[in-house]
Design a protein around this ligand. Structure first.
Ligand code: DHB
Ligand code: FE
Length: 280
């Protein structure tokens, strides 16, 4: 059986791609953000050693547009290419799909009553590519991938409770995959930010820190809030924290916090980073 080695949750912002392309990692603006990843690199190499990454992220209107918007979608492609225009980031190398896990995940999740969209062709955006580039800065990907998308673009969105349950089902699926592989769950999005409208630039540090703490000690805490309450507390795009909830749901009841970083701002976003390992 496969081993679920842990979960990493991180913000994603297109400007990170530009910073990487221009080698600005030591720039005073970027250093507190990029420095947060050094312990993650050590954990990945020394402990987690994943073979496969299930990337839980929200597409931003690239692979899915308003005309067809699945609530939950799972990739089952042989390869995933970046198609994000963003800041004009250079093309990152394509990602190789782990199709056997894709189809096992799809079977298992649909068996658990999640009505998914399955995607045998899929392009990926900054929410997928940049967190991968933050984890593996050489961009020589040592892992295969399975993308899982949660809609945060077009209302109605799935509830926090439903996303946590999706994560629990992902955890069950990974642990029942008959393949001796090490699987990491990577959730990308959030934390508090709002990119447009009257509250553009809105950030809620108190809520973000309480949310991060809750993932360790009381992981279902945020599932008490409706989507509209989450938008109120975290901003329109802060609701991307649903990816963190799904990732946490996959890890089981008890986790060990391996690492955490929180930095304001990156662009208009409160950037958070957590590494959690299941306590078996
Ligand atoms: C921006 C875009 C995002 O998708 C996000 O999650 C945060 C910030 C941006 O354009 O700055
Ligand atoms: Fe986003």
């Amino acid at each position: 059986m496969a081993t679920l080695v842990g979960g990493i949750t991180t913000s994603h912002v297109p400007a990170i791609g530009r910073a990487i392309a221009k080698n600005l990692q030591s720039d005073p603006y970027w250093k507190p953000f990029f420095d947060g990843f050094a312990p993650v690199h050590r954990w990945l190499e020394a402990e987690a050693k994943p073979d496969v990454v299930v990337v839980v992220y929200n597409d931003h209107g690239l692979n899915f547009f308003l005309d067809k918007m699945p609530t939950f979608a799972v990739g089952a492609a042989a390869e995933y290419r970046n198609a994000d225009e963003g800041w004009g980031i250079p093309q990152v190398p394509p990602f190789t799909g782990e199709q056997d896990l894709s189809w096992h995940l799809i079977d298992s999740l649909i068996g658990d009553d999640f009505d998914l969209t399955t995607c045998q062709e899929m392009v990926v955006d900054h929410a997928f590519t940049l967190p991968m580039a933050l984890l593996w800065p050489t961009q020589v990907w040592p892992v295969k991938v399975v993308p899982v998308c949660i809609n945060t673009v077009q209302f109605p969105l799935p509830s926090a409770k439903r996303c946590y349950a999706l994560g629990e089902a992902i955890g069950r699926a990974v642990r029942s995959w008959k393949n001796d592989q090490r699987v990491l769950v990577l959730g990308t999005g959030g934390l508090s930010h709002q990119l447009d409208g009257q509250r553009a630039g809105f950030i809620n540090k108190d809520f973000d820190l309480q949310f991060m703490e809750s993932l360790v000690h009381d992981p279902r805490w945020a599932t008490q809030f409706s989507i509209h309450e989450l938008v109120e507390k975290t901003g329109t795009q802060g609701v991307e924290l649903l990816m963190w909830l799904a990732t946490r749901g996959a890890l089981g009841d008890e986790v060990r916090r391996v690492h955490q970083n929180y930095h304001i701002p990156i662009s208009n976003t409160a950037s958070g980073l957590m590494v959690m390992a299941p306590r078996d």
